[in-house]
Design a protein around this ligand. Structure first.
Ligand code: FES
Ligand SMILES: [Fe+2]
Length: 378
């Protein structure tokens, strides 16, 4: 049964892949949507900060005591970026003329202010653009503020919140990978939602078992997001969320959660009863370029194995980590090549695709994307 992509895709869905203006419009809208920025581990200590991209705009997140604050990474004076490294520690002082800002982003120190501006620093009223920041487990999300009341991060992630919270707590520092993709970020997100391609594109890694039988797996939609759980049980998502919330969850099946606009977390069997997690973040750079960042780590749940196997896990994890990274790199390379080839002909695409049953979630993504991008800015 082929699903009609036209039920879910806009006719001109590929325009933002080729038209810089359509891409810019999309990104302006997505700036108001909760977007993954980074990990709490990178802002563990007082004054720690990291830089991130929020809908192509440079932002940074910084710890002030118990609180995390986020700001657009542009000085109020003459728009120099305040943070010019990936991460660091220290007060907010612009490198161009040394304007200094406080925890609220208000300017509190301007060199020779009276002489240059005829007043004192605070009286000038200059301030940074603050962004809203919220966490789920170790994950930090942010968005640009809007005047109307909107969903909290808890509401936005819905039933996915306790799951992301539990899955995102690695016991050791994850292995990080990063690659530049000459393709639009949506193509990379689409392929992550496509369970139809592994036989053709990843024959040696996943294809051996043939096509997934759609009848035997669960596709779940929650809010703007969706998940694939390798089970037929209709209540599997509710059960997983409840077990994650009360701390009783044990990894037992492949699961993947795609969180709009550009984040996913997957859990897969790496060896026997051991599971690994993989986080992927598709960062839009321009209409035809993206950065794909990934993190891999052992699933942070007890393993249902004999004592000896469990007690040597820290050691065997080292071997499994290497294997998982090896396969992750291989799979990403294959997927990225597909995305780059799709990008090459994207200007020739003027209609929705035919969606297979195993591509149903791509249609869900496009529907939710249209709602997010079509929403009002205020
Ligand atoms: S641009 Fe930042 S102090 Fe001048
Ligand atoms: Fe793939």
């Amino acid at each position: 049964m082929a699903l009609r992509g036209s039920d879910t895709f806009a006719e001109d869905w590929a325009r933002s892949l080729t038209d810089p203006q359509a891409f810019a419009y999309e990104q302006r809208r997505l700036a108001f949507v909760w977007t993954f920025l980074g990990f709490t581990g990178d802002v563990a200590n007082e004054g720690d900060w990291f830089r991130a991209s929020l809908a192509t705009r440079s932002v940074f997140v910084q710890r002030f005591g118990a609180e995390l604050r986020g700001f657009e990474n542009v000085c109020a004076h003459r728009f120099y970026p305040l943070r010019t490294e990936e991460k660091g520690n220290g007060p907010i002082v612009c490198g161009f003329h040394h304007w200094r800002y406080d925890v609220d982003g208000k300017v509190i120190g301007i060199p020779v202010c009276q002489q240059q501006f005829g007043t004192v620093s605070r009286a000038l009223g200059a301030h940074l653009n603050q962004i809203e920041v919220a966490t789920c487990g170790t994950l930090i999300f942010g968005r640009f503020p809007a005047s109307k009341k909107r969903e909290s991060l808890l509401e936005y992630l819905g039933i996915g919140f306790p799951i992301l919270e539990a899955l995102s707590r690695p016991e050791r520092k994850p292995l990080a990978l990063s690659t530049r993709l000459k393709a639009n970020w949506k193509l990379a997100f689409h392929i992550s939602l496509d369970d139809y391609h592994p036989v053709a594109i990843h024959p040696r890694t996943f294809g051996r078992e043939g096509y997934v039988n759609r009848e035997n797996v669960g596709y779940f939609r929650f809010g703007a997001h969706s998940a694939f759980l390798n089970t037929k049980r209709a209540v599997a998502l509710e059960e997983m969320a409840a077990a994650c919330a009360d701390g009783s969850f044990q990894a037992n099946r492949y699961s993947i959660f795609q969180i709009l606009p550009n984040f996913l977390i997957a859990m897969f069997r790496s060896d026997g009863n051991f599971f690994h997690c993989c986080i992927q973040h598709f960062i839009p750079v321009s209409n035809d370029e993206s950065i794909l960042r990934s993190w891999v780590y052992p699933a942070p749940f007890p393993v249902n194995s004999p004592w000896l196997v469990r007690s040597t896990r820290w050691l065997s994890d080292i071997v499994r980590n290497r294997l998982v990274v090896h396969y992750a790199r291989q799979v990403m390379r294959q997927d990225n090549q597909v995305c780059e080839r799709l990008q090459e002909v994207a200007h020739q695409v003027g209609r929705p695709p035919y969606l297979a049953a195993l591509e149903e979630r791509i249609g869900w993504f496009e529907q939710s994307y249209l709602e997010l991008v079509g929403g009002s800015e205020e």
